[in-house]
Design a protein around this ligand. Structure first.
Ligand code: GLU
Length: 468
């Protein structure tokens, strides 16, 4: 591995849900690492000990694993690195780029009021005292930030962003209880993890300026920054509850496939010409962080549904069968031993119209039903003397069918209708009714083939023997 190898990371805080904004950030970091032949790392920012439960951390692991975005190394837990953070502050104290601030709460409050009145940031009188001016009382450690000049963030997405140093205060690095603050921990961890590119939401752009000053205080080189625009709802407003799903797990529960999510999230802020649909390999080959657009991306459900349908039509039937079986199980649908075989067989016949795997599951119910079927009232109404007699004759024709595929059965049905001297419309509805029990089902031949010959004939026999 050369020194110039790209290292990216996703650094989520475990809050109980994994927001799709975090998923998109993870995807862009992953794509960029894959594109450059670099590494994609995961750091769990678990310094908020109350929120960072094991369950909340698991949500992140599950979210990334569902999305198919595996980190290249085991996760780094920020809270476990507190001694490293403290050590870095010791170095800064030694270098003179940090100082102990012994201001009392009252003194700080008075300085705050004064600073506000004078339109400037807070200054501590301890900034310019010698390090050994310490008192035997509690202190925080602050960054000795430059008082004037500018801090420039050469952002790969936003362009050059300039911060006036006089607006950046001497931020706290260690609290009175000796615990490290957020910006310090991020800098020390990113540096020690070898992160070369920090790609994250633009709500962290201000932090980039503060973190740059910490890098300078430590004598380290800051990473390349790339701040992504936030994801907005379809109406252009910041994404919120009223726009519907926000958590990765909600998209999974709504029946979206991870490959559709990857394609869709890649399009939120990045694109390759007019290409709407692309494989992971294509996205990896094409992705460059400098092509991300600076304007907020809008969630578009119609596009997501379109993509999901595309990937549902592309997926292996056996893989979809397992997903659909889980959905039926979660709905307490009584599955039988052969359900996976039935589902794998039927899915190619019913998937074309499905926007989600939930819709796909609905479309498979007719095939999972067990004989004798419970006919819906509407299905029963289709059965009168005339249709029964005709179905009886059709049963005979079907029983002697030599081949059981869509083309042959379409031909058989047409020929049968002709012999009967009626249109297919006189046969289709009642046949569908007895085959499906009234549940949604594919076209006639598709239904017959997806059920198979013995099951189709059996369902016909059951219906014809109804009420004698
Ligand atoms: N933990 C931060 C968050 O979840 C990310 C920090 C970073 O990417 O630098 O928003």
């Amino acid at each position: 591995m050369s020194d110039s190898t790209v290292v990216t990371r996703i650094a989520p805080s475990p809050t109980g849900a994994m927001h799709i904004g975090t998923a998109r950030t993870a995807l862009f970091n992953w794509l960029y690492a894959r594109h450059t032949g670099g590494k994609f790392l995961l750091r769990i920012e678990d310094t908020d000990r109350e929120r960072s439960t094991e369950a909340a951390v698991q949500v992140i692991f599950d979210g990334l694993s569902w999305l198919g975005l595996q980190a290249d190394e085991p996760p780094v837990f920020q809270a476990s690195r507190a001694d490293r953070h403290v050590k870095a502050v010791d170095e800064m104290l030694a270098r003179g780029s940090a100082y102990r601030d012994y201001m009392t709460a009252d003194e700080l409050e008075a300085e705050r009021t004064l600073a506000r009145a004078e339109g400037r940031v807070v200054h501590s009188p301890w900034r310019d005292r010698l390090p050994n001016d310490g008192l035997d009382r509690s202190f925080v450690v602050r960054l000795k930030a430059p008082l004037d000049g500018e801090t420039l963030i050469g952002d790969q997405v936003k362009g050059a962003v300039t911060f006036q140093n006089k607006d950046l205060d001497d931020l706290i690095l260690l609290r009175t209880d000796g615990t490290p603050t957020y910006n310090l921990a991020v800098v020390v961890d990113d540096h020690e993890m070898g992160v070369t590119h920090v790609i994250r939401g633009d709500d962290h752009l201000n932090n980039a300026a503060r973190q740059t000053l910490i890098y300078q205080g430590l004598g380290w080189t800051p990473p390349v920054w790339a701040h992504l625009p936030l994801i907005h709802g379809p109406d252009g407003a910041k994404l919120s509850k009223r726009h519907g799903a926000q958590a990765v797990s909600e998209f999974a529960d709504m029946g979206y496939l991870p490959e559709a999510m990857r394609n869709y999230l890649a399009k939120l802020g990045w694109g390759h010409g007019d290409d709407e649909i692309f494989t992971d390999e294509q996205a990896i080959a094409w992705f460059d962080i400098t092509d991300v657009v600076g304007a907020p991306a809008r969630l578009d459900w119609a596009k997501l549904n379109h993509l999901n349908n595309h990937y549902i039509r592309l997926a292996e039937p056996a893989q979809l069968a397992a997903l659909v079986a889980d959905i039926h199980r979660s709905r307490d649908w009584p599955l039988h031993d052969d359900h996976l075989a039935v589902l794998t067989h039927v899915i190619p016949f019913v998937r074309d119209g499905a926007k989600t795997t939930l819709e796909l599951a609905d479309a498979t119910i007719f095939a999972l039903k067990r004989r004798p079927l419970d006919l819906s009232d509407k299905a029963q109404e289709m059965l009168n003397e005339e249709t029964r007699a005709r179905l009886g004759r059709l049963r005979g024709a079907l029983a002697s069918a030599a081949t059981w595929d869509v083309a042959s059965l379409e031909a058989l049905n047409r020929a049968f209708a002709e012999t009967e001297g009626v249109g297919l419309g006189k046969i289709g509805p009642s046949l569908r009714a007895v085959l499906s029990g009234g549940s949604p089902a594919p076209d006639l031949a598709g239904t017959l083939v997806s059920l198979g010959k013995p099951e189709s004939l059996g369902r016909l026999d059951d219906a014809l023997s109804l009420n004698g």
